[in-house]
Design a protein around this ligand. Structure first.
Ligand SMILES: Cc1cc2nc3c(=O)[nH]c(=O)nc-3n(C[C@H](O)[C@H](O)[C@H](O)COP(=O)(O)OP(=O)(O)OC[C@H]3O[C@@H](n4cnc5c(N)ncnc54)[C@H](O)[C@@H]3O)c2cc1C
Length: 377
């Protein structure tokens, strides 16, 4: 069995590495003509790092990223509302939470591949069936048959459209700007992720390397055809702490990427006829828990193990049974957090902030532990 993977994102590459290490070679197809990263950072939470530890990637990721010891929610002036102490989980699970540049992570993943055939410049446009196999049609005119297919092609997955054309993509009505700038955070912020919540907007930032800060800014955005310029960004956040202002000012505007936030409404089935979805293709989520890639990485760990032990059909069934409840829990919780984070009515915002300050830390810890614990096969 040689599965073909569509998509060389974090999910597809991790899947290929995990399969290789179980003696299964793959072909990975991607639309890009070279693996070019989004200019943004990413938080690899404890659950993802446990998987990377199993794949022999923990050390290289730790060396190239910045460990973070706490995740804080604050007011716009950076006054603390809630804190998750990540050192507790470091001790419990034996790995750190790492903030890293996406480009650095992608390079690390690609460099780890050995027997995988990574085929770029292949944008999948359509899939049809032929003699119980999948016939892959690429925009460059190539056609290939594939007996076993893994769709790791993200939010707008073509594999998902082929398997489950009625899946719904939900707009969160939020716009996100992301950037990386040359910046040194003050010492007390260096090993923390801070996310400041305002009225219908928020701003997060974290040190990802010695002189690099990754940041993201989100605002509520009712009409999807509104156009918002990057200049609106600093005006919108002008009442936030001066660190926020300085970070925005340090980022060249051509290095800022804008994304409309959306997820995939949870579906009951992720596989059909020897084709299966992982990562955002299966369960794209809003980024409010910083778990989208982490969940894709967990998918790769579980599905590769199932494929090494079972027939393809049984492996897909076992993977879905193990992964779906947790992934959907994260999709739904992320969606809810996004709504709470973007409350704009002043009374509701005050009530929210009070509740966050009063929530005992053991409740935050319990919730986080359920996300960080990786599942057994
Ligand atoms: C603002 C924001 C912040 C985030 N922050 C975090 C975070 O801190 N931590 C975290 O864990 N997650 C985070 N996420 C989520 C994370 O980025 C995604 O969940 C993750 O990238 C999904 O990985 P994937 O491999 O499934 O899909 P993708 O990363 O979308 O990769 C899909 C791949 O498939 C390729 N592809 C797509 N269509 C085709 C086609 N037709 N033919 C060939 N190739 C194709 C693409 O080129 C791409 O390489 C964030 C998301 C957003 C929007």
């Amino acid at each position: 069995m040689t599965p073909d993977i569509i998509g060389a994102g974090i999910g597809g590459l991790t899947m290929a590495i995990a399969l290789e290490q179980k003696g299964i070679s793959t072909r990975v197809f991607d639309q890009a003509n070279k693996i070019k990263p989004i200019g943004a950072g990413i938080i690899l939470a404890n659950n993802a790092m446990q998987v990377f530890d199993k794949l022999g990637l923990r050390e290289v990721i730790e060396e190239n990223g910045n460990p973070i010891a706490a995740m804080n929610i604050t007011k716009p002036n950076l006054q603390l509302l809630s804190k998750v102490d990540l050192t507790f989980f470091e001790k419990k699970f034996g790995v750190k939470n790492i903030a890293i540049h996406r480009g650095t992570l992608q390079k690390i993943l690609v460099n780890k591949l050995s027997s995988t055939d990574l085929i770029l410049n292949h944008r999948l446009s359509q899939i049809t069936s032929r003699n119980n196999q999948h016939l892959l049609h690429f925009e460059n005119g190539q056609q290939l048959t594939s007996p076993t297919l893994i769709g790791a092609d993200g939010l707008n997955s073509i594999v998902r459209k082929y398997l489950f054309p009625n899946t719904i993509i939900r707009s969160a009505k939020q716009i996100c700007w992301r950037g990386v700038c040359d910046f040194q955070l003050p010492l007390n912020f260096k090993s923390e992720l801070n996310e400041a919540w305002g009225h219908g907007d928020r701003f997060g930032f974290v040190q990802i390397a010695d002189n690099k800060v990754y940041w993201y800014a989100l605002i509520s955005h009712e009409k999807s055809n509104d156009t918002l310029s990057i200049h609106d960004l600093s005006t919108r956040f002008d009442h936030y702490n001066s660190i926020v202002q300085n970070i925005i000012a340090s980022t060249p505007s051509d290095k800022i990427k804008m994304t409309e936030i959306a997820d995939v409404k949870p579906t009951r089935i992720w596989y059909k006829n020897n084709a299966c979805l992982i990562g955002d293709a299966a369960h794209a989520m809003t980024p409010n828990m910083g778990q989208g890639a982490c969940q894709a990485i967990e998918d790769a760990h579980i599905l590769s193990t199932c494929l090494a032990r079972h027939t393809v059909h049984n492996a897909f069934a076992a993977y879905q049974k193990i992964r779906q409840p947790k992934a959907h829990h994260v999709v739904n919780t992320s969606w809810m957090i996004g709504k709470i984070a973007h409350l704009s009515n002043p009374i509701a915002v005050n009530a929210r902030n009070l509740l966050m300050r009063l929530t005992p830390s053991f409740i935050n810890r319990k919730q986080t532990e359920s996300i960080f614990r990786i599942q057994k096969v």
